[in-house]
Design a protein. Structure first.
Length: 193
């Protein structure tokens, strides 16, 4: 059996501060599937909704979720499906089977990226110095998704119901992301859980 490692599996902070202003948690080994299809094709959207149990978000920068499945709108005909760790093969197979004969594409991109959650009392300050996108709650409501830069690397940012942010980052930038985050949160303290 193959050993699975997350992009940040080696990260440790021996001097983690108990009252850290920033808390980082990697959502380990979550499944990432890229889905493409025609949102105007009712058969496509209804079939996907039936398989996933939730309708595709069709508005720009929106999302939908049910249980451990979260869907991010990426483009007019593209979505990122985040599913529970280890379920991506079955979800992909179910979608392929249900959509057979229709025009669509689905790709497992789990090994190429990871999902990191950022939270904490100093999160607003960190976001202001990390991205040019306005992440203030008046402009970035719960459930909104944007693709932008974070610490000079590409990221998909999602606002969670608890006010924290989920960031999807490429595996190849994970070390850089963490080192940048560690430096940027030096004034606040950083806890990795």
């Amino acid at each position: 059996m193959t050993n699975m490692y997350t992009p940040l599996h080696h990260i440790t902070l021996p001097d983690t501060v108990a009252d850290a202003g920033i808390v980082m948690r990697e959502d380990k080994l979550r499944g990432h599937l890229n889905l493409r299809g025609n949102p105007e094709d009712q058969a496509f959207t209804e079939t996907v909704a039936k398989v996933l149990g939730v309708a595709l978000p069709l508005q720009p920068n929106s999302s939908a979720e049910i249980g451990s499945t979260c869907i991010y709108w990426l483009a007019p005909n593209e979505w990122l499906l985040l599913v529970a760790a280890g379920t991506q093969d079955q979800v992909e197979a179910d979608l392929r089977s249900a959509l057979m004969g229709q025009h669509f594409a689905i790709t497992d991109i789990s090994s190429g990226q990871t999902l990191v959650n950022l939270a904490g009392a100093k999160l607003d300050e960190l976001m202001m110095k990390s991205t040019v996108y306005d992440c203030h709650s008046s402009h970035f409501p719960v459930g909104k998704v944007v693709q932008t830069t974070f610490a000079k690397t590409g990221a998909t940012i999602y606002k969670c119901t608890d006010g924290s942010f989920d960031l999807v980052i490429r595996r190849s930038f994970a070390d850089y992301f963490f080192l940048w985050l560690k430096d940027a949160s030096e004034d606040y303290g950083l806890a990795v859980i």
